[in-house]
Design a protein around this ligand. Structure first.
Ligand SMILES: Cc1ncc(COP(=O)(O)O)c(C=O)c1O
Length: 396
């Protein structure tokens, strides 16, 4: 492997949320952080170089989005995902989460309904609630038989939710954070059929689309199954892919002109998107030159994932997990520990000294679960797992 993913890199003094917010979030700053979804790996060298070159020019004035930026993402999605994007379908956006908020405002009136499928990334709830729209929940179904822990969408219930008169939008997380599913073409086709039947706008958050595991089913871009006039918005970004979410730049792809205009109107009402010369440089360098780095990253993450799955099954009694199909996030089922959510958090933070995301923050369906970020050198994972192992044995 030519990229040294195994080598720890200190993130001290970088204002990193994952490290520097530990005291505020966990009440102590010595937990090993395995929470916020960024990775502890340096971005591809091409990204660092592009940023340094831009920084070397000392004028950081107002900036526009160059045509080459759009072309870099068009080429990436054509090559990696067999999805042909037209230039005029793209709206740049500061981040995917701001886009979720904007979508709730653009496609639903205050009080109207936005469907989400918990357990799901917390901003799926907050973007709807903070914009004064109403959450309609279509919980995922978890296969408890045989302990596979495999999740699927409840398509019948989704259809019923979509039929409700107040339902306007579905926020789809694809691949799904935190359960790591890559939705199949059949599942996505069913979502599209439901959306067409009920004129529901699907906002497909595909920020994790490049992080499917080798050997797992490959990601299908929902829009690649759709027609131009379908009610569909796709959110993508190179931020998770190349580990540069702090740069804050993403894109929306909206083929239908009316729906594109509605989103643009919301953006304009907030003077968005801000255009930042560094995020432009990083975005384009990632999509143009990051491919080899990404392929190595995925191999490294796969070995981390399998390593964690083995350790959990062999050495962490009371905790179960299954291998995600995508994302560097693993979903730990801790229900056999028989701890309520406060006790579970206390066990991880105080007894074990590790900082993970409590499952309950992903919705009530996440009660008794914890989310582990495996986007880090193996040595960090070993330290996390050893701490958990000794805390569990101290309990028994
Ligand atoms: C599903 C999903 N959407 C969006 C984001 C964040 O997007 P952004 O940083 O572009 O706002 C995350 C980060 O974890 C995520 O998991």
């Amino acid at each position: 492997m030519s990229v040294p993913f195994d080598e720890p890199v200190s993130r001290d003094q970088t204002c990193s949320v994952k490290f520097d917010a530990r005291k505020a979030v966990f009440g102590r700053d010595d937990v090993i952080p395995a929470w916020v979804a960024d990775m502890d790996f340096p971005a591809p060298e091409a990204v660092t170089r592009a940023l340094s070159e831009r920084a070397a020019h000392p004028i950081y004035g107002y900036t526009l989005f160059p045509e080459s930026l759009y072309q870099s993402m068009i080429d990436w999605f054509a090559q990696r995902h067999h999805w042909q994007i037209e230039r005029e379908w793209i709206l740049m956006a500061p981040g995917v989460v701001p886009s979720l908020h904007a979508a709730a405002m653009a496609y639903a009136n205050p009080g109207e309904g936005v469907i989400i499928q918990p357990p799901v990334y917390p901003p799926f709830f907050s973007s709807v609630r903070l914009s004064g729209r109403t959450v309609i929940e279509n919980p995922l179904i978890r296969d408890e038989d045989g302990g596979s822990g495999y999740y699927r969408m409840d398509l019948d219930h989704l259809d019923a939710c979509a039929a409700r008169p107040e339902a306007r939008v579905l926020l789809l997380c694809s691949p799904h954070n935190p359960v790591g599913r890559v939705w199949t073409r059949d599942e996505l086709q069913s979502v599209l059929d439901i959306a067409r039947r009920h004129d529901l706008v699907v906002v497909s958050d595909e920020i994790h689309c490049d992080l499917g595991y080798p050997g797992s089913p490959s990601h299908t871009v929902l829009a690649s199954l759709a027609r131009e006039d379908d009610p569909l918005v796709t959110a993508v970004a190179p931020s998770k892919t190349f580990n540069m979410p702090g740069l804050g730049l993403s894109a929306l792809v909206i083929p239908d002109p009316e729906r594109r205009k509605a989103m643009k109107t919301v953006f304009e009402s907030m003077h968005l998107p801000q255009c930042n010369p560094f995020s432009i440089a990083g975005f384009e360098a990632g999509y143009r030159e990051g491919e080899a780095w990404l392929d190595e990253l995925k191999e490294y993450l796969k070995s981390n994932r399998d390593f964690v799955a083995d350790w959990v099954s062999q050495r962490l009694p009371g905790i179960r997990t299954s291998a995600p199909e995508a994302t560097y996030l693993m979903w730990l089922d801790c229900r056999e520990l028989e701890l309520d959510d406060t006790e579970l958090k206390r066990f991880f933070v105080r007894d074990a000294g590790v900082g993970l995301n409590p499952g309950v923050s992903f919705g009530a369906e996440g009660r008794g679960f914890m989310r582990l970020n495996i986007g880090c050198p193996r040595s960090t994972l070993v330290a996390v797992l050893e701490r958990l192992e000794s805390a569990l044995s101290a309990r028994s």
